[in-house]
Design a protein around this ligand. Structure first.
Ligand SMILES: *Cc1c(COP(=O)(O)O)cnc(C)c1O
Length: 295
C-alpha cells in the first residue's frame, strides 16, 4: 500500500485589532486539517517512519507516550489506515481516558509502564518485542530524522514568503524539519520556536541534532505556563477568546501556548511594522479532552 495522505493544509489570514495597531499580518498554516486523528505535525513525522517500516517488511509499530499523547493516537490511527499493527507503551499506571479510548478504538494494544522503566525506551522495546521480527521502534513523539524530513515538506507547500514562522515545540523534531525546509528553499524567514516545557532552552540541542545545516533561530522560553500540560486562567481565557473570535480550535498544551506567545510579542512591539507572520497550527486539538476541567 502506498503510504501517503493527500495534504489539505491551507494558509488562512486571521485578523485582530492588535495586528492592525502594530502593522503586522498573521496567517495560520492549517496542519490541523490534515486528518482528524493523524493530526498536524504528527502525520508529517510519521510518514517516512511508516515508509521505512514498510520497506523493512515490518508490520507492527511500537511507540511511546503519556496517557494524553497526540502521538499515540496519531500512530494508532495511521497504523489502522495503512495496515499495520500498533502497540503503545504508556507512561504511568493503567488509566482510561478519552485519548486512550480513541487509541484502542483504532486497534492499538496498550502496555502501561512505571515512570522509571519508561525512561529507557530501547530497553522496553527489547523486553517486550526483542524477538518480534515484525516490530518497528518509533521513539516518543516520533522524534527522528525521518520525522524532521516529513516536517520539512511543509515548506514545499508555501506559495508566499513570510518574515517569521512560529511553531510550538515538544521534542523539537517539527522545528528542525521546518528550519531544514527554510534552508533548502534558501528563505530568510526567521524561525521562532515556543517550547511548551519549563526551562525550554535545552530544546536547542534537540533541534540541532536533526538540522541538516546549522541555522540560527529564536527560542521563546517564557511561555510554558508552569510546564508541560500546565495552564493557568490567563491561558484558558486567551484560548476561549481566540476560538470564539476565529472559529479555529486551539488547545492549552501546544498551539494555545504558541498563539499566546505570538499575540504577547506582537503586543510588546517585537515585530517591525509590515511583518508577515505564519503560525503553524500543528493540530492536536484532542489535547483539550485532558483539560476540560480547566475551562
Ligand atoms: C506533538 C505536538 C507538537 C510538538 O512537536 P515536536 O515535533 O515534538 O516538537 C506541537 N504541536 C502539537 C499540536 C503537537 O501535538
Amino acid at each position: 500500500m502506498d503510504i501517503d495522505l493527500e495534504i489539505f493544509s491551507p494558509v488562512q489570514p486571521i485578523s485582530n485589532p492588535l495586528f492592525d495597531a502594530h502593522g503586522v499580518k498573521v496567517f495560520l498554516k492549517r496542519d490541523d486539517l490534515i486528518h482528524p486523528m493523524i493530526s498536524g505535525n504528527k502525520w508529517r513525522k510519521l510518514k517516512y517512519l511508516l515508509k521505512t517500516a514498510q520497506s523493512q517488511g515490518k508490520n507492527h509499530l511500537v511507540t511511546f507516550g503519556g496517557a494524553y499523547s497526540n502521538h499515540l493516537l496519531a500512530t494508532a490511527a495511521a497504523a489502522a489506515r495503512f495496515g499495520f499493527k500498533a502497540t503503545g507503551i504508556v507512561r504511568g499506571e493503567e488509566v482510561n481516558n478519552d485519548t486512550l479510548f480513541l487509541c484502542k478504538l483504532h486497534g492499538m494494544q496498550l502496555i502501561f509502564t512505571d515512570r522509571d522503566s519508561y525512561r529507557d525506551k530501547a530497553a522496553l522495546f527489547n523486553q517486550y518485542f526483542g524477538d518480534d521480527n515484525d516490530a518497528f521502534f518509533i521513539d516518543e513523539g516520533g522524534a527522528s530524522p525521518e520525522g524532521a524530513l516529513g516536517c520539512s515538506e511543509l515548506l514545499d507547500e508555501l506559495t508566499e514568503t513570510y518574515d517569521h514562522i512560529f511553531c510550538a515545540c515538544g521534542t523539537g523534531t517539527t522545528a528542525a524539519g521546518i528550519i531544514n525546509g527554510l534552508s533548502k528553499h534558501q528563505l530568510k524567514t526567521r524561525f521562532n520556536a515556543v517550547p511548551v516545557f519549563k526551562n525550554g532552552s535545552f530544546i536547542r540541542d534537540e533541534i540541532n541534532r536533526f538540522l541538516t545545516t546549522p541555522a540560527d533561530y529564536h527560542l521563546h522560553t517564557d511561555y510554558h505556563f508552569g510546564g508541560y500540560g500546565k495552564a493557568d486562567a490567563e491561558l484558558v481565557r486567551f484560548i476561549k477568546e481566540f476560538v470564539a473570535a476565529s472559529g479555529v480550535v486551539i488547545e492549552p498544551v501546544y498551539t494555545g501556548k504558541m498563539m499566546y506567545a505570538l499575540y504577547d510579542l506582537i503586543g510588546k512591539g517585537h515585530f517591525e511594522p509590515g511583518s508577515r507572520i505564519l503560525a503553524i497550527h500543528s493540530g492536536g486539538i484532542w489535547g483539550l479532552l485532558g483539560m476540560k476541567d480547566k475551562f
